[in-house]
Design a protein around this ligand. Structure first.
Ligand SMILES: Cc1ncc(COP(=O)(O)O)c(C=O)c1O
Length: 386
């Protein structure tokens, strides 16, 4: 009955089943996987947020496929770009689906340097498109592997998708990688999609990092930059994202993008009316998030100082950290053991296509991160179970 774009089975994995049983039995656990900022005790200017969402503008319906001028002007002012280069969406995820519709026919593919954000697989598959992973080279960072990318291109490849800074590695593109990526896409007639939802959260950036692709005004290939309120203002529930076209080739697609948007008109009036005021609050909200990220990273480093078996990758940016641990048992077994024995939920690296069993991925947002990481450290230091 259902199309082949969907998964063959909706069976949950052993970790999800274990979490469900904890919840059923009312057993508490510390969740070091949550990246939902509204659940982490981050201070929000609540009165101002509610006031922004209560504008009289929500009482009328005045649809514009690209998003009304006032909302686009607010987003454009935030980024320092032209409002005419923007199309507003209900989320960054929706922005992906519109770009895949724009660029790809069913059966086409896009290349995704991995490790990366796991949702791409299904966002692409639901458009009849294959997101093909191209593993990065691991040195002391995850370097884009341009040789592997070149080998992966087929006549059906339409785009490369990168996240800057990446999720979960936190790594920004280097300026050298950026120049090579633009030339790579231009030489092969590919579009370049850059997801910059975490761009405002640089923690330990490398000196030659690319802070944003938006500064690129005349790229040699169609360049689309994606972002939204979900991370910029830590308000995922408001549901406002956007696509910024950079340069002539991407701008030439704006009318077609507006045609796609016109079929959905999906952004709600409250989100559109509030965009300017919410962006006005974003710097203050970001300060609260940044302070949480920094204090949790310090708690992680304090735990590492006590536990030689616990390592971490440099967190250039974003909301997650990658832990390095001895690969003494399969990653799935280790995270189940940490949940059962320590009451802490953490993700195995393979959920994010990190190779091997020596990585765990945690969010740096939770208020109870210090307690949780101390329990994880104890289990890791205890070594392999009997
Ligand atoms: C890299 C990345 N892109 C996009 C999204 C989704 O953002 P939105 O809530 O705007 O759909 C996320 C959510 O975590 C993300 O990590």
């Amino acid at each position: 009955m259902i199309s082949r774009r969907l998964p063959g089975s909706f069976e949950s994995n052993p970790l999800t089943r274990e979490i469900a049983s904890f919840r059923r039995e009312g057993r508490p656990f510390l969740d070091l996987t949550t990246s939902n900022p509204t659940r982490c005790g981050i201070p929000y200017p609540e009165t101002e947020i509610l006031a922004a969402l209560a504008s009289p503008a929500v009482l009328s319906y005045d649809p514009d496929p690209r998003g009304p001028a006032r909302a686009r002007e607010a987003v454009a002012a935030w980024h320092g770009i032209d409002p005419g280069d923007l199309v507003l969406t209900a989320s960054t995820s929706e922005a992906y689906s519109w770009l895949f519709k724009l660029l790809c026919d069913p059966g086409d593919d896009v290349l995704v340097p991995s490790p990366s954000y796991p949702l791409f697989h299904w966002l692409a598959a639901l458009e009849g498109v294959e997101a093909r992973q191209v593993p990065a080279l691991r040195s002391d960072r995850w370097d884009l592997d341009f040789q592997a990318l070149a080998w992966a291109v087929t006549p059906r490849t339409r785009a490369v998708v990168v996240v800057n800074p990446n999720n979960p590695t936190g790594q920004f593109l280097s300026r050298g990688e950026w120049r090579e990526l633009l030339a790579f896409c231009a030489a092969r007639g590919l579009a370049l999609l850059v997801d910059e939802v975490f761009a405002d959260y640089a923690l330990e950036p490398a000196p030659d990092h690319l802070p944003t692709a938006l500064a690129e005004t005349g790229p040699p290939c169609p360049l689309f930059v994606l972002s939204g309120l979900s991370k910029i203002a830590a308000l995922p529930q408001v549901k406002l994202g956007w696509i910024a076209a950079r340069g002539g080739p991407a701008r030439a697609c704006l009318e077609a993008l507006a045609f796609i948007a016109d079929q959905y008109l999906s952004v709600s009036a409250p989100a559109l009316a509030a965009a300017g005021d919410l962006l006005g609050l974003a710097k203050g909200i970001q300060a609260g998030i940044r302070s949480r990220l920094a204090s949790n990273l310090a708690a992680l480093d304090a735990e590492r100082a006590r536990r030689p078996s616990l390592g971490r990758a440099r967190v250039e940016g974003g909301w997650s950290a990658i832990l390095r641990v001895p690969a003494l048992e399969p990653g799935d077994d280790l995270v189940l053991r940490i949940l059962r024995e320590a009451g802490v939920l953490i993700h195995p690296g393979h959920f994010f296509d990190l190779p091997g069993d020596g990585h765990l991925v945690c969010s740096l947002l939770p208020a109870d991160f210090p307690a949780g990481i101390a329990r994880v450290g104890e289990i890791i230091e205890g070594g392999r179970p009997e």
